[in-house]
Design a protein around this ligand. Structure first.
Ligand SMILES: *Cc1c(COP(=O)(O)O)cnc(C)c1O
Length: 369
């Protein structure tokens, strides 16, 4: 039997978030079915990428769409598209594009571990403060694109995305939005590009619940078409960022499902789970549980903030987070600091909330861990 158990790997209940290190999200049956269909025959991969892109574009009200091997891969390809928009002759040069002297502009308050991928094309980035003036001062004839990372949990730059787009549009500079974890709301699939962002990037393996190694690039057709010659199955910069036929059909099925999903019922489930956690945990000495909103990456869903008094429990929040993973079954919760962690209903399978609650009652009591 080929399975986790035979490898000595314990499955984890995910009360953390759509984090990559625990597998992102779980593929629903329709996604698995589409992947299984795709696995049954050979196809022309470039043609499949085009057809899937056309279907996803129509479904998400975008001019064009492209399946990437994740949002981080999308950053690489979007950076390349921006360079090619400015200098089409750079096509065969990546990542040796220093001679073209192009720059991406990013905001200091939005720096994050994924912006490294901008460098992977060979493109330099310059980091600016959040004011209108710093943006105007940074724009030059070297500017290939401006990146925007909407993050609910970071200080937002004091210039708005709409203002950035307006300034960039006057100068024909593409604005690229890394919206990897910005689902829900489902409207974000068209909101950023309808605002005028040139490209919006999403993870396929987060709330879309497509295959974990997929992503979605949505937006301008000219930009998306420009990277095809250097993207899988063609050779060049994008070849190592390969997406298979199974992933393409799987992501399409995931997008179709996501658009049909009852998002209000799903939000209601999250509310009920948070209420269940709060009711169970608040009677415990040295423990406070409360509804927090929005959740991990700023998605408009509630989650549960648990605060503990380590002196009362004889353990820190770190000890508890570790104990959840050692618990049978293993549970991943979202660490915050020495006295707090979050329980996130967003990634629970219905029914698992009771397992998480019971584990909390065990680990947040005063008995041995
Ligand atoms: C998760 C995430 C990524 C990476 O997405 P993958 O699909 O895992 O490549 C990039 N940017 C942000 C802001 C993210 O949250």
């Amino acid at each position: 039997m080929t399975d986790y158990e035979s490898l000595g790997i314990r499955p984890v209940i995910n009360a953390y978030a759509t984090v990559t290190k625990f597998g992102g999200s779980l593929m629903p049956p329709e996604v698995i079915q589409a992947m299984s269909q795709a696995a049954g025959s050979f196809v022309d991969l470039a043609q499949l990428q085009r057809r899937v892109g056309e279907r996803i574009a129509a479904l998400t009200r975008n001019e064009a769409a492209y399946v990437t091997s994740g949002a981080a891969a999308g950053i690489v390809l979007a950076s390349a598209a921006a360079v090619l928009h400015k200098q089409p002759e750079a096509l065969k040069q990546f990542p040796d594009i220093a001679a073209f002297d192009n720059e991406a502009i990013i905001f200091r308050g939005q720096r994050n571990p994924y912006d490294y991928s901008i460098h992977q094309t060979g493109l330099n980035f310059i980091e600016i403060g959040g004011s209108l003036n710093s943006l105007l001062a940074a724009i030059s004839d070297r500017t290939a694109c401006i990146f925007w990372f909407p993050r609910g949990d970071l200080t937002v730059a004091d210039i708005s995305l709409a203002e950035v787009i307006a300034i960039a549009a006057e100068r024909d500079i593409p604005v690229i939005v890394d919206a990897a974890a910005q689902l829900p709301p489902v409207e974000n699939l068209w909101r950023f590009t309808e605002m005028g962002a040139a490209l919006a990037l999403f993870s396929g393996g987060k709330d879309l619940r497509g295959p974990q190694p997929t992503g979605l690039m949505l937006g301008r057709k000219d930009l998306i078409d420009s990277i095809r010659p250097i993207s899988n199955p063609n050779h060049g910069l994008g070849r190592p960022l390969k997406v298979g036929k199974e992933e393409m059909l799987g992501l399409l099925a995931a997008v179709e499902r996501y658009l049909r999903l009852d998002h209000a019922a799903r939000a209601q489930y999250c509310e009920e789970v948070v209420a269940l956690f709060c009711a169970a945990l608040n009677p415990l000495p040295g423990v406070r549980a409360e509804r927090a909103f929005p959740n991990e990456a700023g998605q408009p869903l509630p989650w549960c903030l648990v605060s503990i008094v380590p002196a009362v429990l004889g353990r820190s929040a770190d000890d508890i987070v570790t104990a959840f993973l050692a618990h049978e079954p293993a549970i991943a919760v979202s660490p915050l600091d020495e006295t707090q962690f979050h329980l996130n209903p967003m990634t629970l399978n219905p029914g698992e909330e009771v397992v998480v609650r019971d584990a909390c009652l065990r680990l947040l009591g005063s008995g041995p861990l």
